[in-house]
Write a new protein. Structure first.
Lengths: 161, 356
């Protein structure tokens, strides 16, 4: 306890400095984003809800190679397949458990035919437990609905991949 | 007002008229206090938000002004849960023991020279007695909850309130010496005649000590070890919910307002005007600014309430031993020292004693 310390404590200089910081913050521009009305910009690489894509002629891309289900760290993808009449191998069952999925994007990287993709939908919900299983039809429908958005995002990112 | 009531109810005796006037005054003060708490909760959340670079509540009503109303309704409709092994009577008595002294203390607080519920001679002593009474509510709440965290919180609160009561009392001794009266109105009257006569100049250390111990007395940040959200959840009122919790909340904010208005009265000249001796203003249309009025008292009170919020947004919580060190080893010696200095000033006839 030297004199310098006593003077510093009693003059409350540190407290006044602290008060100054908060008083400046009072007039600073506010950073709050009014979420449901205003949204933050998303990166084109944003990894959201999964979707399955089709070729332009309407044929589904997936060839049931099962690379995505092999690479999936959360084992969220279940695939069953059989040969179709035209001799191609297609999936009969393609299900993603939304509770297991960790949105890592490995499936998209593994896919040789760019079938499974990640959209930038991050706000979706389900009200019943069984709805967590997304069937092939649901995934294809998501792909159809968001095709434009996905192509745009992939085009933006194409320079860097 | 007296004439009005006498003319309306001519059958009443003088004592009954006084009683009616007192009751009307009590209703006015209590209602405005509750309205004030509603305002203060919103004010605090908004200021805190702004200091965090957020915008604070803005969903309920325009700019969120009905937020505290919504909170009140929510709290009143929630169930009051009484812990199974709690002492039911004491458990429900504790919040009232905290609220009643908080509101009763306002009886001697003058709003302007005329408006005062009870003009008692020992106003200062009454205030000291009632502000120390609040600690019973806190201890009882912690004990009756039959929860170790609540009890820990109330033990901390008891030690803290006792420690800071002394510093507060000594600071008021200084005010008493300068004001020469225990009546709050007389203390303000002693400060009349311009900003240079206000007590915060000759009693500056006591002013700081009084406000700091006031913050500690009300268990507000940065002295809120009694609540200690991080370690003991909510301290003494951890088991309370619904309306019982709302009463604790109400008492805390009324106490905050009490400390603020008392600091304004004791050290900043109460309803005296900041511009009382500026002749340019006195001769212009702004002459009302130079007059003493309740407006100035409210401005000063609001400033101290802002400082309460400001403190909360600025400083982290004191560690318990630091809190005790500050109370016993810093604030109390400063007040005793300054009372000595006041004695010297009294002998030398400077400051408030120059006219004697």
């Amino acid at each position: 306890m030297n004199i310098k310390h006593i003077i510093k404590t009693l003059s409350m200089i540190d407290l006044i400095k602290g008060f100054n910081v908060t008083l400046k913050a009072l007039f600073r521009e506010k950073v709050t984003i009014q979420y449901p009305e205003v949204k933050t910009p998303l990166s084109p690489r944003f990894r959201g809800k999964l979707a399955l894509m089709r070729y332009d002629n309407g044929e589904e891309r997936c060839i049931a190679c099962k690379l995505c289900s092999a690479v999936c760290p959360a084992q969220a993808i279940t695939i069953e397949s059989e040969e179709r009449n035209d001799g191609t191998r297609r999936t009969t069952k393609f299900e993603i458990d939304a509770f297991k999925c960790i949105y890592c994007g490995f499936c998209e990287e593994a896919c040789p035919v760019d079938s499974i993709v990640e959209t930038d939908i991050f706000e979706y919900h389900m009200t019943e437990n069984h709805q967590r299983i997304q069937t092939k039809e649901m995934l294809l429908a998501t792909g159809d609905d968001y095709k434009e958005q996905i192509t745009k995002n992939r085009a933006k990112d194409s320079k860097y991949t | 007002m007296k004439e009005l009531i006498t003319s309306l109810f001519s059958t009443l005796t003088v004592q009954q008229v006084t009683l009616v006037i007192s009751i009307i005054n009590i209703v006015i003060v209590t209602a405005s206090l509750i309205l004030f708490v509603v305002f203060m909760v919103y004010f605090e959340r908004k200021i805190m938000g702004y200091m965090h670079a957020r915008i604070g509540p803005n969903r309920v009503g325009p700019k969120g002004i009905f937020q505290s109303l919504a909170d009140t309704i929510k709290l009143l409709f929630k169930e009051i849960i009484i812990p199974a092994k709690a002492d039911r009577f004491m458990f429900l008595l504790a919040p009232l023991l905290l609220l009643i002294p908080a509101i009763a203390a306002w009886a001697v607080v003058p709003m302007n020279p005329e408006f005062l519920i009870a003009d008692i001679n020992a106003g200062l002593l009454y205030l000291l007695a009632l502000t120390s009474f609040g600690v019973y509510g806190v201890i009882l709440a912690g004990w009756a909850s039959n929860s170790k965290y609540a009890f820990l919180g109330s033990m901390r609160a008891a030690a803290q309130m006792v420690a800071y009561e002394i510093a507060m009392g000594f600071a008021l001794v200084g005010v008493l010496m300068a004001g020469g009266s225990l009546k709050l109105g007389a203390i303000v009257a002693a400060q009349s005649g311009g900003i240079q006569n206000w007590f915060f100049i000759p009693l500056f250390p006591l002013f700081i000590v009084y406000f700091i111990s006031g913050v500690a007395e009300t268990n507000r940040h940065p002295f809120d070890v009694a609540e200690g959200e991080a370690e003991i959840v909510a301290g003494f009122h951890v088991e309370y919910s619904g309306a019982a919790f709302a009463i604790f909340f109400l008492a805390e904010y009324i106490n905050m307002a009490l400390i603020s208005i008392l600091t304004a009265i004791f050290f900043l000249g109460g309803w005296e005007s900041v511009f009382s001796n500026i002749s340019i203003l006195e001769n212009s249309v702004f002459s009302f600014l130079t007059q003493p009025s309740i407006f100035w008292l409210l401005i000063k009170t609001l400033f101290f309430l802002f400082v309460f919020v400001w403190l909360r947004a600025t400083f982290p919580r004191y560690r318990y031993d630091q809190l005790m060190t500050l109370g016993w080893k810093v604030l109390i010696p400063i007040t005793i020292l300054w009372i000595g200095v006041e004695c010297i000033m009294f002998v030398m006839e400077v400051g408030p004693w120059s006219s004697i």
